[in-house]
Design a protein around this ligand. Structure first.
Ligand SMILES: Nc1ncnc2c1ncn2[C@@H]1O[C@H](COP(=O)(O)OP(=O)(O)O)[C@@H](O)[C@H]1O
Ligand SMILES: [Mg+2]
Length: 237
């Protein structure tokens, strides 16, 4: 008998993320609409928190192997792995159990996996064997603003798939505010805009004729030494 990973008793969220602040509104939109576009700056919590909101809504918890998965795509392999690891940590679950990932040459999922990270190329390839994407209950197409060939193919494929899979939920995320174009593509799907986290920015200048300049011919070494000086409070402003 396959031992299935345990669902977390309760899902916790980092308090200070804009996506978390709008969690109820996002959950309501996902429940009421087949497609939702979430738009927010980098660091607002789209990638790490949206799958948890879906999990809390009961997505990903259906009968194993029959369209229960929350599929979450990333443009790059390294992101698929690191995002999976981060979400697994936040859910207190070992990687490859409740949260797994699949990239080329490596499938770290489990029969009981609920959240599956993958590259958008992997999801596109899966349409060959599973044209209706029946393995999935929910799909999160992350970083859609990157508009790679894979993402554009997927968005085109999903548009014609949605009427044939009325039970499939689709969430598109974008870090830019051109989300209206995604909305128009998906029959005016609702757009939720979350503001990013704002950090104070201070502009510091080095003297033009700094003698240290001549020692720091390479840009990276120069930047590191300068950041070190700022950190140690030795910066000349
Ligand atoms: N691997 C990680 N390790 C530590 N903190 C992380 C990691 N991934 C994300 N975070 C934290 O979660 C916050 C939200 O990140 P994320 O969900 O990736 O936002 P978005 O997708 O909107 O850019 C980040 O600002 C960061 O503080
Ligand atoms: Mg992200």
């Amino acid at each position: 008998m396959t031992h299935l990973p345990e669902q977390p008793a309760s899902i916790t969220y980092p308090e200070d993320l804009p996506v978390v602040a709008r969690r109820e509104e996002i959950a309501r939109a996902i429940s009421q609409h087949q497609t939702v576009i979430i738009c927010g700056e980098t660091g607002s919590g789209k990638t790490t928190q949206l799958p948890k909101i879906c999990l809390e809504l009961g997505h990903g918890a259906g009968k194993q192997g029959t369209g229960h998965l929350i599929g979450h795509t990333q443009p790059r392999r390294i992101a698929a792995r690191t995002v999976a690891a981060r979400i697994a940590t936040e859910l207190n679950s070992p990687l490859g159990q409740l949260v797994g990932y699949k990239v080329r040459f490596s499938d770290q999922t489990h029969p009981g996996t609920c959240i599956k990270l993958m590259t958008d190329g992997i999801l596109l390839a899966e349409t060959q064997q599973d044209p209706l994407l029946r393995a999935y209950h929910t799909l999160i197409i992350d970083e859609a603003h990157e508009r790679s060939l894979n993402i554009d193919f997927l968005l085109g494929y999903l548009k014609q798939l949605l009427p044939r899979r009325p039970d499939l939920k689709l969430i598109i995320t974008s870090a830019t505010i051109d989300a209206r174009r995604f909305s128009a593509h998906f029959n005016d799907a609702p757009v939720i805009e979350v503001s990013g986290r704002l950090f104070p920015v201070e502009i510091l200048y080095r003297p033009f004729d700094d003698p240290a300049e001549s020692e720091d011919r390479d840009l990276s070494g120069h930047s590191v030494r300068w950041m070190d000086a700022v950190y140690m409070g030795r910066a000349i402003c």
